[in-house]
Every structure is written in structure tokens, then in C-alpha cells.
Design a protein around this ligand. Structure first.
Ligand code: 1CP
Length: 342
């Protein structure tokens, strides 16, 4: 079995598995060249192109796992949100959710509307072979709700937070709709061949722990609990240091943490789950010695305990040199193997 899947199960491994969020993306010249010709959503919706981007990126950097090239906003799009990715700007939703009636008019998700995603997964599996596992994914309930309500990206998520406080029954209905859709979407990805699935609840840290615990987490847990038993699952979010004790019970086998917390402190708060993280993506803009020093520190904080998957604290930054990414991946593999050799 691959070191990535072993680590998801907290089994001992010969070296620490490593992959990077956004490992297929704008820091890669081949990706930028492809994007000159193909709009982002077309790329996501064309199975052979999405699969090629996924497989090429994982192979080029030597990652221990591939993540499907897609986007979290495809699912809201399949539920009636008019999602656009304007060139050079963040995503936009032209018909944001602002009232209880807007929530009611979101369509129930049918997997047939994202058949292109499942086809891309089948092609990825054929291209990757048995050696490199594939991660399928979706956005977490709070993060999807935030894009739907804000009508795009947001730094403070104020519209989403005030919707939660001001319309508790509509919020609950929205969470229920999203959780049902997420469960179907993730299960269809697993059926198509994804070896593990990940929920990116990237912005859930915007909520106070009490609200997160009561208004979001039960829905997240229901999604994870609906997956086929034994399927490795990852929950990721940023700025969740105050939520870790709650996240320990989210139902995922792995919790991804960002770089705003020490890995060992996070693991202590989480208890017996696997952990993924957590190098500051900005470290990859520095020289090799600096990359080595910071990656070593994370390996030391993991302390050789089973169940650590090395990753960044958030996605690879577009300015990152490809050579630095490859250097990091090789370094983590070699250094973690060296530390395990008596
Ligand atoms: O080429 C381009 O200009 C598009 C840039 C881009 C890419 C490469 C977007 C637009 N999405 C993606 C791919 C993507 N998105 C992946 C592919 C797999 C990988 O290599 O990791 C994944 C997992 C995502 C997930 C995603 N999309 C998240 C969660 C992860 C995170 O970064 O926190 C979020 C929040 C989005 C929304 C989104 N899509 C794209 C952008 C620029 C954004 C963020 C905008 C914002 O800040 O609100």
C-alpha cells in the first residue's frame, strides 16, 4: 500500500508521505500555457484535460498523492448557482443566496450533472496506475455557504456570518442541502476510483468555536459518516486553532492544519487522528537552506509518530519556483527516511 494511504490509517511508514495543496496550478509553466488557451471552468469540465493536469503535476513534483484538478465551486454550480471565474479575479456567483427563498430554490444535487468530474477521476486512475493514490475533494459546508451568500470570495465572511445569526432556520436548511449534496458528490468520486476524499472547509475559522460546533460541525460529521467505511478522509481548514478539540470528532481520519499553529500542539489537541500539514507556503519563496530548516522543524514536531502527512499550511503560491517544490518533496522523503534508519 502507498505511504500516503498507510499514513491516513496511522500505520508506520518508511518515509513521511508528502503532497501539496494546489500542486497543479499557476506556479507551473505548463499549466499557465494551457490556461492561455482554455478558460478555467472548461479545464475543470473537460475530463481528459483535468486528468492530464492532475497526473502531470503529481508526477513532475514526485508527490505521494495526486489531487483531482477541479474546484469546490463546481458543486454549487450544479445546484443552480451561476458561478464565474473572471480572468485575473476571484470566483463570482451572480445569483447569491440572500433569503430563505433563495435557499429553497437551490436545486437538489444530482450526480449526473457532474459526470465530467467522475470521468476525470476514472482517467486519472488509469494514468496514475497503482503507485500514486488519487484524492477527490469538495468544499466544506461553511466555505460553500460563504461563497453562495457572499457572492464570491471574502476576507471577513460578514454576509455569511450575519446570515447565520439572522436566519437560523434558513442557515440550517442551507447546511442540510449542502451536506446532502456533499455526501452524494464524495461518494460518487469514491465510486469512480478516488482513493481518499478531502473536504476543504477553508474559511470555517471565521466562525466562533461555539457557532462552528453547533451550526456547521454536525453537518460535516454527517457527510464523513455517510462515506463507505474505511475510506480515508481528510478535513482541512485554516485558522482553526480554537476549534481543534471539536474537529477531533468531525469524523475524518485525517485533519489538515494550517501554518498558524505548531504541528505538535495541534496534534495534542486533536488526539488520535492522523494529521496533515503544515509548512508555511511562503517558505517555498526562500532559499534551499531555509526550506530545509523549516521542513526539518515540522518533521521534528511530528516526531516520527505514525499518521503524519507532510503538506503546506495552505495552497502553493503562484510565485513559487517549481524547483523549490521538487526540492521540498525530495527533502521530506529523504530526511524522514534517514530519521527512521537506526
Ligand atoms: O488558473 C486559474 O487562474 C485558476 C486558479 C485555480 C486553481 C488552480 C482556482 C480558482 N481553483 C483551482 C484548482 C483547485 N481549487 C484545486 C485543485 C487541486 C489542487 O491542486 O489542489 C482545489 C483543491 C481547489 C479548491 C478550492 N477552490 C478552495 C479550497 C482550497 C483553498 O485554497 O482554500 C477554494 C477556497 C476555492 C475557490 C477558488 N477557486 C479558484 C480560486 C482563485 C479560489 C479562491 C478564491 C478566494 O480567495 O476566494
Amino acid at each position: 500500500m502507498s505511504v500516503f494511504l498507510q499514513a491516513c490509517r496511522r500505520e508506520p511508514v518508511e518515509c513521511t508521505p508528502v503532497w501539496l495543496m494546489r500542486q497543479a496550478g499557476r506556479y507551473m509553466p505548463q499549466y499557465r500555457a494551457l490556461r492561455e488557451r482554455v478558460p478555467f471552468l472548461d479545464l475543470c469540465r473537460t475530463p481528459d484535460l483535468a486528468a492530464k493536469v492532475t497526473v502531470d503535476a503529481a508526477r513532475e513534483i514526485g508527490a505521494d498523492a495526486a489531487i483531482l484538478f477541479s474546484d469546490i465551486l463546481l458543486l454549487p454550480g450544479a445546484m443552480g448557482a451561476q458561478v464565474e471565474f473572471p480572468e485575473g479575479g476571484g470566483p463570482a456567483i451572480r445569483n447569491p443566496v440572500r433569503t430563505e427563498a433563495d435557499v429553497a430554490s437551490l436545486l437538489p444535487f444530482e450526480t449526473g450533472s457532474l459526470a465530467c468530474v467522475y470521468e476525470a477521476i476514472r482517467l486519472c486512475k488509469a494514468g496514475l496506475g497503482a503507485g500514486i493514490p488519487l484524492i477527490g475533494f469538495a468544499g466544506g459546508p461553511f466555505t460553500l455557504a460563504s461563497y453562495l451568500i457572499e457572492g464570491g470570495g471574502s476576507t471577513d465572511h460578514l454576509a455569511a456570518r450575519s446570515f447565520l445569526y439572522g436566519n437560523p432556520s434558513a442557515w440550517r436548511a442551507l447546511m442540510e442541502k449542502l451536506a446532502a449534496a456533499l455526501s452524494l458528490h464524495l461518494r460518487a468520486q469514491i465510486e469512480a476510483g478516488a482513493d481518499a476524499v478531502m473536504l476543504f472547509d477553508s474559511w470555517a475559522g471565521a466562525l466562533p468555536p461555539q457557532e462552528y460546533r453547533t451550526q456547521v460541525l454536525p453537518h460535516t460529521r454527517r457527510v464523513f459518516e455517510s462515506l463507505p467505511p474505511g475510506t480515508p478522509s481528510i478535513h482541512f481548514g485554516t485558522q482553526l486553532a480554537g476549534h481543534l478539540r471539536d474537529l477531533a470528532g468531525c469524523g475524518a481520519s485525517v485533519v489538515g492544519v494550517d501554518h498558524r499553529i505548531d504541528l505538535d500542539a495541534a496534534w495534542e489537541a486533536l488526539g488520535p487522528v492522523a494529521i496533515q500539514g503544515n509548512l508555511d507556503p511562503a517558505v517555498l519563496l526562500a532559499d534551499r537552506q531555509t526550506i530545509e530548516r523549516h521542513a526539518s522543524e515540522i518533521l521534528s514536531r511530528a516526531g516520527g509518530r505514525p499518521g503524519h502527512i507532510f503538506n503546506l499550511g495552505h495552497g502553493v503560491l503562484p510565485r513559487t519556483p517549481v524547483e523549490s517544490v521538487k526540492f521540498l518533496v525530495d527533502f521530506v522523503r529523504e530526511e524522514s527516511r534517514r530519521r527512521r534508519t537506526p
